[in-house]
Write a protein that binds this ligand. Structure first.
Ligand code: AMP
Ligand code: GLY
Length: 417
């Protein structure tokens, strides 16, 4: 059977999903809602937020499979809405997406199912949270519980900073309603790693371990961003450690969600820290990562549509998921000023000159036939090679051929800091 597939979202992650889905012999039509200037497939002029309109489009166009990129529609219940209309869609239900959408839920869940994580307390009352901070004498991290586009986490050095963070989140409502509840947790140290997995609600198949670089400048300096680059696999996570993450962090979560009557189907993303005391789970995300997807999908040998359909129909245990040898690296090319204010509408040149790497478009639109910038993270340049160093070199060799005004990027993607 030949399918019509729709991908919800408009970033580099969604371009990578579309690029991989388009390679599947199972797919005859591909829609992006709304997509960007990459123009793989047909652009649907419906925002990822307008769930009823997306559902109506899927019914009218007889979409056989919808794949959701970002967390917001998942947390808003797009999967429940589509399933109620008999439509096949890949991602967790609203109840299961709480693993990302509510840090208070997620921490309590981890505690209940003995998933290794930092010690914590959560509060909806400002005075109670203040009083708790005064009882601690070790550094903490203060987190808005709700979705805050990756910005609601404040890592504090001392008590004064922790009080300041609490005030910003709960009193000044810096992240709006997302900060009505806070999580205060023990500050950990160590390298971070992202392990994403496919889940059909029962079987869990991890992808190769990946690492993103969140700070804007070289040497992990400057403010946090959505991610300035990534690579996979990560050499400091060996097969034994990956297996430990599989069983204690990913499988336990999927088993726990099934036990609660809210099975987790979709991609489960564990953000982990490798501490001197072992692995700790910093967070779960309920979706593919961005820019991790731009290194993981080029490494995926299997047909992504086949894997996704196995997840949706509960047959993942019978579906071999295979990966290429070697490594993949991606470097994000950002607009000037990002992650602060940045201009839009600058022409982008040179994408068509790249032969040795893949250019995944993120913040781009077509304006009168010209590709122009439309976001902070503009492009992600990914390259494959037999070795990680080779992949990094290939990505960096491609970049000078690309130009837009004020383009900036990190020069140290793939280096261990
Ligand atoms: P989260 O969204 O919870 O993953 O947090 C975003 C970032 O904050 C993480 O990638 C870490 O760099 C940092 N972070 C979160 N929790 C902790 C913690 N308990 N200790 C130290 N750093 C943390
Ligand atoms: N790369 C971080 C994320 O996708 O949440």
């Amino acid at each position: 059977m030949s399918r019509s597939v729709m991908i919800v979202g408009s970033g580099g992650r969604e371009h990578a999903l579309a690029w991989k889905v388009a390679q599947s012999p199972r797919v005859s039509r591909l829609y992006l809602a709304p997509g960007n200037a990459a123009q793989i497939g047909e652009s649907v002029r419906i925002s990822g937020e307008d769930l009823p309109a997306l559902r109506q489009f899927a019914i009218d166009q007889q979409i056989d499979l919808t794949i959701v990129g970002p967390e917001a529609p998942l947390a808003a219940g797009i999967v429940d809405l589509f399933q109620a209309a008999g439509l096949a869609i890949f991602g967790p239900s609203q109840a299961a997406a709480q693993l990302e959408a509510s840090k208070a839920f997620s921490k309590q869940f981890m505690q209940e199912y003995q998933i290794p994580t930092a010690a914590y307390a959560s509060f909806s009352d400002y005075e109670a949270a203040r009083a708790y901070l005064d009882t601690l004498n070790a550094p903490v991290v203060v987190k808005a519980s709700g979705l805050a586009a990756g910005k609601g986490v404040i890592v504090c050095d001392d008590s004064a900073q922790a009080h300041q963070a609490l005030q910003e989140i709960m009193r000044d409502q810096a992240f709006g309603a997302a900060g009505a509840t806070v999580v205060i947790e023990e500050r950990l140290t160590g390298r971070e790693v992202s392990v994403l997995a496919f889940s059909d609600g029962d079987t869990v198949i991890p992808m190769p371990p990946a690492r993103d670089h969140k700070r804007v400048f070289d040497g992990d300096q400057g403010p946090n961003t959505g991610g300035m680059g990534a690579y996979a696999p990560v050499p400091d996570v060996d097969a034994a450690l990956l297996e430990e993450i599989h069983t204690t962090v990913l499988q336990r979560a999927v088993d726990g969600m099934r036990a609660r009557g809210t099975p987790y189907v979709g991609v489960l993303y564990a953000g982990l820290m490798l501490t001197p005391d072992g692995i700790r789970t910093l967070e779960y995300n309920c979706r593919f990562g961005d820019p991790e997807t731009q290194v993981l999908l080029p490494l995926l040998d299997s047909d992504l549509v086949e894997v996704i359909e196995a997840c949706i129909t509960g047959r993942l245990a019978d579906c071999p998921v295979t990966w290429r040898d070697g490594a993949c690296a991606t470097v994000v090319l950002a607009a000037p000023g990002y992650p602060g204010h940045y201009p839009k509408g600058s022409p982008i040149h040179g994408i068509d000159q790249i032969a040795d790497a893949m250019v995944f478009q993120a913040g781009t639109v077509l304006q009168g036939g010209q590709i122009v910038t439309a976001g902070g993270r503009v492009l992600a340049v990914s390259a494959l090679d037999h070795t990680l160093n080779g992949a990094i070199q290939r990505a960096y060799q491609a970049i000078p051929k690309i130009h837009f005004d004020g383009m900036h990027y990190r020069r140290d993607i793939g280096q261990l800091l």
